[in-house]
Design a binder for this molecule. Sequence first.
Ligand SMILES: CC(=O)SCCNC(=O)CCNC(=O)[C@H](O)C(C)(C)COP(=O)(O)OP(=O)(O)OC[C@H]1O[C@@H](n2cnc3c(N)ncnc32)[C@H](O)[C@@H]1OP(=O)(O)O
Length: 299
Amino acid sequence: MEFPFDVNALFSERITVLDQNLTTGRRSLGRPDHQHHIATVIDELGKASAKAQQLAAPITSAAKLQMNRHHLYLLKDGESNGGRGVAVGFLKVGYKKLFLLDQRGAHVETEPLCVLDFYVAERLQRHGYGLELFRWMLQHKRVDPVQMAYDRPSPKFLSFLEKHFGLKDSVPQVNNFVVFDGFFRNRSAVQLRKAPPRKPEGEIKPYSLTEREALREEQKALPWPFARPAPPPPSPPHAQSSAFSRSLSVGSSPSRAPPHRSLAPSSYRGQSAHPQLIESMNCRARRTSSLNRSQISFN
Ligand SMILES: CC(=O)SCCNC(=O)CCNC(=O)[C@H](O)C(C)(C)COP(=O)(O)OP(=O)(O)OC[C@H]1O[C@@H](n2cnc3c(N)ncnc32)[C@H](O)[C@@H]1OP(=O)(O)O
């Protein structure tokens, strides 16, 4: 992604880690123009990521990064654009308190590192840049991919995780976070706590508050994937019509595509949950992760 300013002047390293401060070390301190340009790069990448995932709105922006304790890894190609550099993509991660179901279906309270957003510019995808970013983050955070949770991973990202890290068998959840077989293994009692028993009148909130919360509130009735679609928004005529963008739900990244083909029931498009889906969620033996990739359409 090109910008009308010098990307290399903003980011000296090939991969830069950005946090709440939106600075890149001393270079940008006391340089309002640098801060402004850094914000522009994040905002534009966030918009492109949302578009690629058919999200109703970006989940990554400079303003959101400033409000959260997330880390955003930004990859540039310093040679391109006549030596001014281009932004290749980014990976955003952060810790989330989550209520997850273990293999036996018991609620467990965890706070794993989560992949929240991930994007490589369209024309540069499938060139290994995503892997470069991901590996860099793993080293920086000293974490294994299997120890992480994934916020509603797209089909491309699921394919990426399977190809590069052999992650394919997921443990079914009722929220939109995906964790893989092995997630609950080798975790200390401190990292995993049994969730308090469910109150008769209440519900266990299977996710933590995120920037997507506002959208979720609109669809509070049922947990994904049982939620009904929101009524069509009073959108301008040019707004993109997408089945996914209407599938808002509790505990979800509301407007992201469903993580698995097998978790993409007809309810996702506004019909009631398929009995087979309910059965499959009850039956631990039958994993939802037996992903039939030939059935997934990639964009
Ligand atoms: C929690 C979340 O953030 S979910 C959102 C994930 N982001 C998106 O879906 C946005 C659009 N996609 C992308 O930006 C990129 O494809 C990413 C970030 C998922 C992966 O980055 P890339 O640089 O393309 O990955 P990289 O080149 O290292 O690895 C390639 C592998 O990723 C997967 N992949 C990447 N692009 C595609 C695609 N168009 N179709 C299918 N699989 C793909 C495949 O497994 C591919 O291996 P293959 O080419 O042998 O089939």
